[in-house]
Design a protein around this ligand. Structure first.
Ligand SMILES: Nc1ncnc2c1ncn2[C@@H]1O[C@H](COP(=O)(O)OP(=O)(O)OP(=O)(O)O)[C@@H](O)[C@H]1O
Length: 244
């Protein structure tokens, strides 16, 4: 289990995470939602040890260190691959460095996205780079796969099909934490929804429970955020040019 206890993070005076408690259990597919600046990326970077923070983060009871960091993988739109290497060189690198590298899955996903194996990554389109970033995170052999808006800029056909493929290939013990703004697209993929607002968890709901209550993910997010439908009309009337 990946466990966060009272995790807080500030950038100078700006508090990005405020005493976050969160447990991710093996096999869960968790959607992490929240408005721009809610703290989703910061949360993932704290889990990965990229950022100093207060509070505790443990993997099966042990702090995240060089010893167990390989159990976590990360796909980010900031990209973490080597731009001057082709896909096939990444496959070799991962095979050498990650004992649980999933080579068969790598080949299948490369075929699914129809990515060229011998072209340097910097010559991929942004969408293809995102796809490759996700492939690496899924094939590293990690138990906890963190994905931070992995498909920002990708076309809808690839994204929707991809979530179906993902459901088919994930093994029971693999856990996914996926941050995205595209609620409808992942509604049928995730098993649990976690909502962040101003660095605090304001909602945490198993999708089964949500379905049983007859509400959609969007309903849940709007409730938790106390969404105000009059916000747009108010902003427009405030911003409208004054009459002479
Ligand atoms: N390097 C940084 N320096 C200062 N403030 C930062 C830095 N990174 C993030 N922040 C601030 O921390 C808060 C949380 O940012 P974060 O990027 O984690 O949000 P997010 O939920 O991922 O947003 P988005 O959906 O827009 O990607 C925001 O107020 C942001 O301005």
């Amino acid at each position: 289990m990946l466990k966060l206890e009272s995790v807080s993070k500030s950038y100078g005076r700006r508090q990005a995470l405020d005493r976050v408690d969160l447990e991710l259990r093996p096999g869960e597919l968790v959607g992490l939602f929240g408005e721009n600046g809610a703290g989703k990326t910061t949360l993932m970077k704290c889990i990965l040890g990229y950022l100093d923070h207060r509070g505790s983060i443990t993997l099966d009871g042990a702090p995240v260190t060089r010893k167990n960091i390989g159990r976590l993988s990360f796909a980010t739109s900031e990209h973490s691959f080597f731009p001057t290497l082709p896909a096939e060189a990444h496959r070799e690198f991962y095979r050498l460095h990650f004992p649980h590298f999933r080579e068969k899955r790598f080949e299948r996903l490369m075929d699914f996205f129809e990515l060229p194996r011998s072209r340097e990554l910097r010559r991929f389109s942004t969408g293809q780079q995102n796809q490759f970033e996700v492939i690496l995170a899924l094939c590293q052999g990690a138990d906890y796969i963190l994905m931070d808006e992995p498909f920002a800029g990708n076309d809808i056909f690839n994204r929707e099909d991809f979530y179906k493929v993902l459901l088919g290939i994930l093994e029971p013990g693999e856990t996914v934490l996926l941050s995205t703004h595209l609620l409808e697209e992942v509604e049928n993929f995730i098993s649990r929804a976690v909502l962040l607002r101003s660095g605090k968890i304001v909602g945490d709901m198993p999708m089964m429970e949500l379905e049983e209550s007859g509400r959609s993910l969007m309903d849940f997010v709007k409730e938790a955020y106390q969404y105000r439908p009059d916000r747009v009309s108010r902003a427009l009337s405030d911003l409208a040019p004054e009459e002479e």
